[in-house]
Write a protein that binds this ligand. Sequence first.
Ligand code: SF4
Length: 508
Amino acid sequence: MTIGIWVLGDQLSPEQSALQSCQPDQCRVILLESSSVLQRRRYHAQKLVLVWSAMRHFAADLSGQGWTVDLRECERFGDGIRSWIAEHGISELRLMEPADREFRRAIEALQLQVPVIWLASNAFLWSREDFAAWAAPYKQLRLELFYREGRKRFGVLMEGEGSSAEPLGGQWNFDQENRKPPAKGLQGPEPLWFQPDAITEAVISKVEQLDAALPGTLRPFHWGVSRSQALQVLDHFVETRLAGFGPYQDAMVSGEPTLWHALLSPYLNLGLLHPLEVIRHLEREGLRREVPLAGLEGVIRQILGWREYTHGLYHWFGGDYPASNHFAADRPLPGWLEQLGGSGMRCLDTVLEEIAASGYAHHIQRLMVLANYGLLAGLNPQALTAWFHRMFIDGFDWVMQTNVLGMGLFADGGRLASKPYAASGNYIKRMSTYCKGCRYDVKARTGDNACPFNSLYWDFLARHEGELRRNPRMALVIKQLDKLPAEELGAIRAAAGRHLEASAPAPR
Ligand code: SF4
């Protein structure tokens, strides 16, 4: 009997449960590099390089640890796995449960002729069962309660023992201290980037030769592609960025795409780093170095709170969630989203340019510029969620369903967020340097130079007024809408209409 272990591209850890179920001399490991993924999704070119190169490095690392590993390039997963099973007489195939629902469905649809054993995922702190047990009693789930439970359960940033333990510093959340607008001339520390080695160069050449025009620029490619590089990024974050992480984590500055952001999400999402090891390391080093607690708590909340929460919700909400479209938004994506530039709006073009260069933008650029635009303009939520999934270096289905569909677009009608995160140009003006030099006037909401975020914002409120009026958290903005003279609202909505008409959809 030969046991086969199939390691997926986002399960690149020797500690993952399928590998842990076997000794290196008792089984054979396969990783499949299939180009058919591009038929379903035109991924950002750098994302493809990252995943494929990380798989090749992981295969080499595993071989070095005594495992028998095959890495196959194939057109289709099904052909690759079937021929490998036949060639090596595999009698049982083991996989760790994928984080993305669609992977399991696709593998089950292959109807392989050997038994397939699914091992529960250990890639997150919360198992799906533990999350379900926590979530079941609540009518309305809230991140803050989940986060507090996580802090207690895993003993992170706590003082005291057992039931008398209290949050370090006397409060759970220091978010109010972490929302400073950018100071003049704000510059973050240089991030740690890497030069591609021979393995990565080979993958870049392969992607260059693919018969598919992928979005984004391929070179320079600077992401880490192995666990050792991911650990270096973690250390570099602690050394150079952790102390300054807090205050400007929501700020957006032209020419400063990374500021103090950790840049760990691609490595966490591929399995190169485990969230618990990152949290423990940050906590230990942050306390030893006496970095400001607001920043330390803020970065830990993103991993222990938000990341675990969105993954848990993705599975808890189930298979109907991706089809949610609360506002019945059906506008196709404008062509400039697919082209990663050319909107004429400086905020959007700056963020799109940064995504083209590296596949990365930080959480506020994603939420308050990109998703905010999608919400206000009524872009189809499924199309926009798929766009995020394809374009971001750290995008997977489990990440984007909850983050874009739920948090960004409120397409789930409030199952995740308590209100739509709609904002006018005023928010972008306050939190960024983008508006200076934009062809639009951020103070104007009517006329041809009206900031589109302004006209679309009021148009969105007016379009969904009846529904939003029922949400107590929207009471203040609805009051402002009520005060707008009908004539002015008409002019604002006309400006929104002209803007939308001018945004041609992407060619199919
Ligand atoms: Fe964006 Fe409006 Fe500011 Fe221009 S003026 S950068 S469109 S928010």
